[in-house]
Design a protein around this ligand. Structure first.
Ligand code: FAD
Length: 397
């Protein structure tokens, strides 16, 4: 019987193990952590955004995003839903295309994957960190590197897979944190820590508009978080690695234009008796933001006389709050990593290495990273499926 070793008991490793075992192969799955699938458990804030209805290479970053086409076509939403049903997992497709387990719990995804793997006879070895890839390759007919990326080291993120690839002279595309919070040294922001608003973020690289996103912006002690920030973080990470200047402009009141907002500030100050600047701002934004804007613009809090020039200045600070971005919050806090094993050295139809026979890569260890929205799991599932299919039809030689 063909013997397969899978290194990594995360999303791609588990799915690959199940498909190999379904073809009656002997499967040993090695996981360094005490438990399998730690990232699955925390994903999507505990809900697991498991895939997306709108899969295509347009949602991926890589030296060659089209590399993902074959895998996504072969194991898209329909095939994946069928697989999920076969392990007892039903899915819920949201209006925005994001797909979650019907239970709304990441835990059910991991439980059903793990149970299925065990029931099929996959030998699961936890607390088993693989260190010697050559030794493993000698012992097994096929080896799958499903070790994930450097993102979130506390959940098992690391660079072992890249080191294994280097042993076979694979080229590694430099890695960088993505879907990650951003750091800024703007001191006044610290006072806004903990406040979350719905706003608009414009990313400026070398003073040129690169991207605009809308959604949650969360102010933190170190800088900025929230979905609208994560959605620009891929471009930020790349720009910073190329030593470009990165700024964001935050629009804290996207439903106003500058004229309307400054007119409101001016009329409130004239028409509402004794109203202070602080009070006017509190009518527009959370108090912590109001205080910080006053500090940022060096305006004394109780200033009552507001002229046109000042109302425009305040409106501009609320609609175009410019911040320099110094760094991302790093791999430890990132959801995913860009870069990885160069996909030009991997067969897109099988995930087998062109450099080493019977060696396969799947998931995030490859130079493929997706946008937020379930695209990263989608890649893990689809690439793992191809590896398993190929392993199960390749004859032992
Ligand atoms: C907080 C957070 C939230 C996320 N939410 C989502 C989401 O909602 N939707 C989405 O699409 N994506 C999400 N992601 C990304 C998603 O989790 C990953 O893209 C996906 O898990 C990658 O699958 P993988 O199999 O390649 O790697 P992983 O799932 O990371 O699995 C790799 C496994 O290999 C093990 N390993 C590493 N080296 C060795 C070794 N030498 N020996 C043995 N074992 C080893 C690791 O411990 C790990 O368990 C999230 C990530 C994080 C951190």
């Amino acid at each position: 019987m063909k013997k397969v070793a899978i290194i990594g008991g995360g999303a791609s490793g588990l799915l690959c193990a199940i498909y190999c075992a379904r073809k009656n192969l002997s499967v040993d799955l090695f996981e360094q952590n005490q438990k399998l699938g730690k990232k699955i458990l925390v994903s999507g804030n505990g809900r697991c955004n498991i895939t997306n209805e709108h899969l295509s290479s347009d949602h991926y970053f890589s030296q060659d995003p089209k590399f993902t086409n074959y895998a996504l076509d072969n194991f898209g939403l329909t095939a994946f839903s069928k697989f999920c049903k076969s392990i007892g997992l039903l899915l819920n497709i949201q209006d925005d295309g994001k797909v979650y387990p019907l239970s709304n719990e990441a835990k059910s995804v991991l439980t059903l994957l793990e149970t299925q793997a065990k029931n099929l006879g996959v030998n699961i070895f936890v607390n088993s960190k693989v260190t010697d890839i050559k030794k493993i390759l000698l012992k097994y007919d096929a080896v799958v590197i499903a070790t994930g990326s450097e993102a979130a080291s506390h959940l098992g993120g690391g660079s072992d897979g890249l080191e294994f690839a280097r042993v076979f002279a694979h080229n590694i595309i430099p890695t960088y944190p993505s879907l990650v919070q951003l750091e800024t040294d703007a001191k006044f922001l610290k006072k806004m820590a903990g406040v979350k608003i719905k706003g608009e973020v414009t990313l400026l690289i070398n003073n040129q508009v690169e991207k605009i996103t809308q959604g949650d912006i969360l102010f933190t002690n170190y800088g900025l978080s929230g979905f609208a920030i994560l959605d620009i973080s891929q471009s930020v990470s790349i720009a910073l690695s190329e030593y470009q200047s990165v700024q964001v402009s935050l629009n804290l009141l996207p439903n106003f234009n500058a004229q309307k907002l400054s007119a409101h500030i001016l009329s409130a100050s004239k028409e509402i008796q004794h109203i202070t600047l602080h009070e006017i701002l509190c009518g527009l934004v959370p108090q912590k933001i109001a205080n910080s804007i006053i500090e940022h613009l060096n305006l004394e809090e109780h200033r009552s006389h507001i002229d046109t020039k000042l109302s425009k200045k305040i409106a501009n600070a609320l609609l175009n709050l410019r911040l320099n971005i110094d760094a991302t919050h790093g791999f430890r806090h990132a959801e995913v990593s860009g870069g990885g094993v160069d996909v030009s050295e991997i067969d897109p139809k099988t995930m087998e290495s062109y450099k080493q026979k019977n060696l396969y890569f799947c998931g995030e260890v490859l130079d493929v990273v997706g946008e937020r929205g379930g695209y990263n799991f989608a890649w893990a599932w689809a690439s793992a499926y191809l590896a398993a299919q190929s392993i199960s039809i390749t004859k032992i030689c």
